[in-house]
Design a protein around this ligand. Structure first.
Ligand code: 8OZ
Length: 371
């Protein structure tokens, strides 16, 4: 049997196989509260070794799209508890992805119609998705952000830690994943294209990484490193993420993460949802060097690969020891029993792009399982 189906320890979390469900935004949480359908959706997929929820806002300021869930209100935590109970009843494991979108937002989604916040007041060349009063949806340009004051940053760090603690203690999650990828707030601080700050959070690689490390420090102090994972996307162009020198930046990040006893590091290899060989900067990104930087610094967390894998690629990557787990996104949208289908080499359902974002049961909880 392939190692892909063997159990592995992910920090403090025992998982049944090396197959993770990637975080997938589905825009089906009206008023930022997951529905009963979300309970069914995650329950159906509970045979994944590890489920990572869709990105979930830690505060209203951290949200940037219509109908994405949050983790800052009692109603949201209670709704997530139903999800985690359902997954645990099936023997599954589930972590929540903690999200602050930064500048990838729109004034109409922000508290009191305020400007979204960012490292610097530079509008992203990116779109968000909004829904009108009458329920019709559409893409919209992100709003011009305002630069966060240095004095505001401890509040953002504290909001991450508070969300992590509530996620574990109140909502019943096995852990959290820090969303530090895809051009959202933490990634906006990391990259020089979006960070022109002149305080201790901008300029050098050390300074641009500061917020990330403060967030990880606060979360691991609150819930333990063994329940904390992180997602990074060193070369993605998603959401206008831009840096001419991702290698030294992300090697520094990897080294710094080594000391926190993290459960896992989740890496989007290439352009998110796109070309695996996409590069940013002058030289091809050296993925082995990036991983070695983490291991050399004492990092013992599981290494999770993601982006366009199929079963064969995943089996090889795990067999070679290049990764410990593989996260699948689109395949999990369409195949609730992806693990069983892989094990049996059974045919896969095709994902329907039209129902990825927004809508109801169609394309969400109605993909058939083998049995
Ligand atoms: C697709 C649509 C909206 C958000 C990400 C959270 O890229 C997302 C996202 C993906 O990480």
């Amino acid at each position: 049997m392939s190692k892909l189906f063997e159990p592995v320890r992910v920090g403090d979390i025992d998982v049944a196989n090396r197959i993770a469900m990637a975080p997938l935004t589905r825009n089906r949480s009206p008023n930022a509260v997951p529905t009963q359908m979300a309970v069914d959706y995650y329950r159906q997929r509970a045979s994944a070794g590890l489920l990572i929820t869709e990105a979930t806002a830690i505060t209203q300021q951290g949200q940037g799209y219509a109908d994405v869930p949050g983790l800052y209100g009692a109603d949201q935590l209670a709704a997530w508890k139903k999800v985690t109970d359902a997954v645990h009843a099936e023997g599954g494991r589930i972590v929540v992805q903690l999200w602050h979108v930064g500048r990838i937002s729109h004034e109409t989604l922000q508290p009191e119609g305020a400007k979204p916040v960012a490292p610097s007041a530079i509008r992203a060349n990116a779109k968000t998705y909004l829904v009108d009063e009458d329920g019709s949806g559409g893409f919209a340009e992100t709003s011009e952000p305002r630069a966060l004051e240095t004095e505001e940053l401890p509040g953002i760090v504290a909001a991450y830690a508070k969300a992590a603690k509530a996620a574990v203690e109140e909502a019943g999650f096995d852990g959290v994943e820090v969303h530090a990828a895809n051009g959202y707030l933490i990634d906006q601080f990391l990259r020089s294209g979006s960070n022109r700050r002149t305080d201790a959070y901008g300029g050098s690689i050390e300074n641009r990484s500061r917020l990330l490390f403060e967030v990880v420090e606060a979360i691991t102090a609150a819930i333990g490193g063994g329940r904390t994972g992180i997602r990074l996307s060193p070369v993605t162009p998603a959401n206008d993420a831009a840096d001419p020198q991702p290698q030294p930046l992300f090697d520094h990040v990897a080294r710094g993460l080594g000391k926190y006893g993290l459960a896992y590091v989740h890496v989007i290899e290439g352009a998110t949802g796109g070309a695996r060989d996409h590069n940013q900067g002058e030289t091809p990104f050296d993925w082995a060097q990036f991983k070695a930087a983490y291991r050399d610094a004492g990092g013992t967390g599981a290494w999770m690969g993601n982006n366009g894998y199929d079963r064969e690629m995943a089996e090889k990557a795990v067999a070679d020891g290049r990764v410990d787990l593989v996260a699948f996104g689109r395949l999990f949208i369409a195949n609730p029993d992806l693990v069983e289908r892989f094990e049996q080499d059974a045919p896969l359902n095709e994902p329907d792009r039209k129902t990825f974002y927004g809508g109801g049961a169609k394309g969400y909880v109605d993909y058939p399982s083998l049995n």
